[in-house]
Write a protein that binds this ligand. Structure first.
Ligand SMILES: NC(=O)c1ccc[n+]([C@@H]2O[C@H](COP(=O)([O-])OP(=O)(O)OC[C@H]3O[C@@H](n4cnc5c(N)ncnc54)[C@H](OP(=O)(O)O)[C@@H]3O)[C@@H](O)[C@H]2O)c1
Length: 310
């Protein structure tokens, strides 16, 4: 099969389009004929070598852990999927990913894809949407009537978070640059702060929850915006006990995990029209390098996807 693999850590040039053997599904696994692979910042972070110590990848590695495709073969003991099922999900980030014509995965990582989404739009969902869902609902326990500030509201995680929070009945404030302000309003934000011309901490106060996808200064400047007892969930950093005590707030660091029941619920929201997936750019598989360059720019709107099979 055709695949993109990295044989060493480095810049986009280490991504090589090549022929490799098709994998076989093991016990409890399915073989997926990949139609599209979503691109996430973790993909280029792995490629650069930032995750060397904790993910311990064996090289060569197929990157890309968001997938949408069709079940092509079943491993021993698989009863919950059938050949021909259209599935999407988040593959195990410690193993080979989805930048390939075929991928194998444990069935715990996948669910039937949204019926109303094509493979490109389905592949854009899992990691970003699971991160948003788990941050807002599992960790922050966001409820109707509460106010949430979502940083990078136009990004992969952010644009799902805005829509999930609105669906829940929360008041949503989001940060974005001028080019994305109208987009973030359109997907439901009550107020959008153009972070390039305004300080978000002067526009927002006493919020129940902050979803931080930037870390560093943005995370630190977010702490006084929270009400006492409020919670900041960061996709990037942990906070010190000292910070929490100083502001009287709570904090959590999300590490997105595959959850078939959440994938099913998210597919349901998409099919019911509550959530729309923004895919700004689609590249063919062989142009994975370009996709990484765009992701690494930090300014993509919504998602970037690799089309593997039309
Ligand atoms: N821990 C986990 O499990 C987990 C899971 C998913 C993601 N993450 C991490 O979370 C981060 C976000 O992921 P993502 O997929 O949402 O990234 P992304 O889609 O690449 O984010 C791009 C967005 O960030 C916005 N942005 C850039 N700088 C900003 C700033 N200073 N303030 C506000 N918005 C800004 C851009 O909007 P403008 O162009 O308008 O500036 C753009 O729309 C990444 O670092 C990723 O690695 C972690």
């Amino acid at each position: 099969m055709k695949a993109i693999r990295m044989h060493s850590y480095g810049g986009p040039e280490v991504l090589v389009y090549e022929d490799i053997p098709r994998p076989k599904p093991g016990s409890g696994e399915v073989l997926i004929e990949v139609h599209a692979a979503g691109v996430n910042p973790i993909d280029w972070k792995v490629r650069e070598g930032y995750t060397k110590d904790w993910l311990n990848h064996k090289l060569p590695l197929i990157p890309g852990w968001d997938v949408s495709g069709i079940v092509a073969d079943l491993g021993e003991g698989v009863k919950n999927f059938a050949i021909g099922d259209q599935v999407y999900g988040k593959l195990d980030t410690s193993l080979d990913g989805a930048y390939a014509e075929y991928a194998v995965t444990n069935t715990e990582n996948i669910a039937l894809k949204p019926r109303t989404a094509d493979h490109v739009h389905a592949a854009a969902v899992p990691i970003a949407a699971l991160t948003a869902w788990q941050s807002l609902f599992d960790l922050a326990g966001l409820s109707a009537g509460q106010t949430v500030l979502i940083h990078a509201a136009a990004g992969g995680v952010g644009h799902f978070a805005v829509q999930f929070a609105k669906w829940k009945g929360s008041r949503v404030l989001g940060t974005a640059s001028a080019r994305n302000v109208e987009f973030v309003k359109k997907i439901g934000a009550d107020m959008v702060i153009d972070y390039t011309i305004k300080k978000f901490e002067e526009e927002a106060s006493s919020v129940d929850c902050v979803l931080d996808t930037q870390g560093g200064n943005v995370l630190r400047r977010s702490l006084p915006v929270l009400k006492k007892g409020g919670i900041v969930v960061s996709t990037l950093e942990e906070l010190s006990a000292e910070d929490l005590k100083k502001y009287g707030i709570r904090a959590a660091h999300v590490v997105a995990r595959a959850d078939p029941s959440q994938l099913k619920d998210i597919a349901g929201l998409i099919d019911a029209g509550h959530v729309k997936t923004m895919v700004e750019t689609v590249f063919p598989l062989e142009e994975a390098r370009k996709a990484h360059e765009l992701s690494q720019s930090g300014h993509a709107r919504g998602k970037i996807v690799l089309m593997v099979k039309e």
